[in-house]
Design a protein around this ligand. Sequence first.
Ligand code: MF3
Ligand code: CO
Ligand code: CO
Length: 272
Amino acid sequence: MTDILDIESRTGAIKIHGPDGFEGMRRAGKLAAECLDMLTPHVQPGVLTDELDRLAREFILDNGGLPACLGYRGYTKTVCISPNHVVCHGIPGERTLREGDIANIDVTVIVDGWHGDTSRMYGVGEVAPRARRLVEVTYEGIARGLAAVKPGATTGDIGHAIQSYVEAQRCSVVRDFCGHGLGKVFHDAPNILHYGRPGEGAPLRAGMFFTIEPMVNLGKPQVKVLSDGWTAVTRDKSLSAQCEHSIGVTEDGFEVFTLSPASLFQPPIKST
Ligand code: MF3
Ligand code: CO
Ligand code: CO
């Protein structure tokens, strides 16, 4: 996801893509989702987060992609791994995953210049019911956001659909990071806020590509970034979960580019 304050790096204009763009995004999205599928059996108690990063990097390179995050604004890893109270941008390293952890793994690949950006939650061994519930609320939240996508709706409709559901479940939506346009550019216009009001924001049009990637906390929405300049954590140390898909707006709704080819992971996507 991208920092809300990052707007000046965008081109500003929202791009409208044609059939070639959809074809390119399908291939990039598929490789990104396959990478997350590939990691699934490796997410076990005791695994080194750096080992998961190495597996992801080699898988992407072996399959004709490039790791988009490697070297991006000084980031030195392929994936972000964000366990427990880490909201996003956790840096793989000497940290191992432990029994009972929940962790988001976020990967972005480039295939023929197109970006596929996706993340999902992994449970490590036995996971406590309240952590499982948070993950379920996050998945239902993104599903509600997706269901709002169609030409003529607005980015605010997406945010409202997510926020109203998540808050009704007594969880909170992180405000400091948002989804983003993508395509040949990694982080492009428009910002996709995961909160908002119906009818506000940019109108959606067929051919727009963007991510939806809500971060949901069990506690309060406030986050802080650690001194490494990347790792964002909940201020109140409450658990946080996230899910991300890259999508395209179609004439009658949306296409998800990052569905799991192995069906290891299917958030409940509702058709419009
Ligand atoms: N994949 C993240 C996103 O969803 C971006 C991570 S940038 C990095 O937009 F440099 F931290 F990897
Ligand atoms: Co993203
Ligand atoms: Co991402």
